[in-house]
Design a protein around this ligand. Structure first.
Ligand code: G1P
Length: 290
């Protein structure tokens, strides 16, 4: 019986976060809060929820705040201890959700595919998950859990439907008409005319170690960067099956202010932090988006 357990999650976090400047000039976009937690916490929690205990985060040299966030702060812990703030101490201890968190540097921004390629030595040979932390999936069970339930040894990508005008921002799936749940092709950031569907890659993947060889052979693509989508496409062309599953839940893009705000409002509503009724909410959202 093959072992399909996913033990490691890769979280690429080396990007500049230009769409959220100037907020991301100094603070990595992965540390911007969604309600009261840094965005990356949601990705770590999603991975930990399926039993993953090993997290590999890819950072740029300018993003040392990320390792600092996952490291201990003894002087802060001592101060909280001295003032009897046990709940806050427990909050600090819960960062990382009990996982071992390791970091890999991507010195030159050469794309998502290159970022994933750099984790080869830490990921090893088993299947692994990739979570893009600027995508928050609001779903029960979580996005990664939905994907692992469907994992049978072949790589999988999660997709969600987008408007025709938006296809150029995503990897777009071409489902295989003859094999349910399997891909025929995958295209990174196509024009609306060239897009094979409106099924956009959501930023959750289960990959197998073959992807590292495919990445090594993948030349720069869209935006002059090495694209994970192109490596998966290369695997498809070489006869490796790659599957797709549609997310069941709400997808929020935290990389732009509208998506970040929508995520905050959705989570705040669930926690009872919003005034009752849509009438009260609508003007506040409009003001905040200006
Ligand atoms: C990346 C991937 C793309 C995917 C998207 C999801 O693009 O390359 O295939 O659809 O994330 O957010 P990026 O947003 O880094 O340009």
């Amino acid at each position: 019986m093959p072992d399909f357990a996913i033990r490691t999650a890769v979280i690429p976090a080396a990007g500049f976060g230009t769409r959220m400047l100037p907020a991301t000039k100094v603070v990595p976009k992965e540390l911007l809060p969604v309600l009261d937690r840094p965005a990356i916490d949601y990705a770590v929690a999603e991975a930990a929820a399926i039993g993953i205990r090993d997290i590999v985060i890819v950072i740029a040299p300018s993003k040392m705040a990320l390792p600092a966030y996952f490291a201990r702060r003894p002087e802060l812990e001592r101060a909280l201890h001295a003032s009897g703030k046990r709940e806050l101490l427990a909050e600090l201890a819960a960062i990382g959700a009990g996982c071992r968190v390791r970091f890999v540097e991507q010195v030159t921004p050469r794309g998502l595919g290159d970022a994933v390629a750099r984790t080869r030595g830490l990921v090893g040979t088993g299947p692994f998950a990739v979570l893009l932390p600027d995508v928050l999936i609001d779903a029960i069970p979580g996005g990664l859990s939905q994907l692992t339930d469907a994992f049978d040894g072949a790589p999988l990508v999660m997709v969600h439907e987008v408007d025709g005008a938006e296809v150029g921002r995503y990897g777009i799936a071409a489902p295989d008409p003859r094999r349910a749940g399997m891909l025929a092709d995958l295209v990174e950031k196509p024009t609306p005319e060239a897009a094979p569907s409106r099924l956009a890659v959501t930023g959750r993947y289960i990959l197998t170690s073959e992807v590292f060889d495919a990445l090594g052979a993948t030349p720069p693509g869209a935006g002059g960067e090495i694209q994970l989508t192109d490596a998966l496409r290369r695997m498809l062309a070489a006869g490796h099956p790659v599957g797709w599953r549609r997310v069941r839940g709400q997808v929020h893009d935290l990389g732009n202010v509208e998506g970040w705000l929508a995520a905050n409002l959705a989570l705040a509503g669930r926690r009872g932090l919003l005034p009752a009724g849509e009438d009260a909410l609508a003007p506040a959202a409009e003001v905040a988006m200006q």
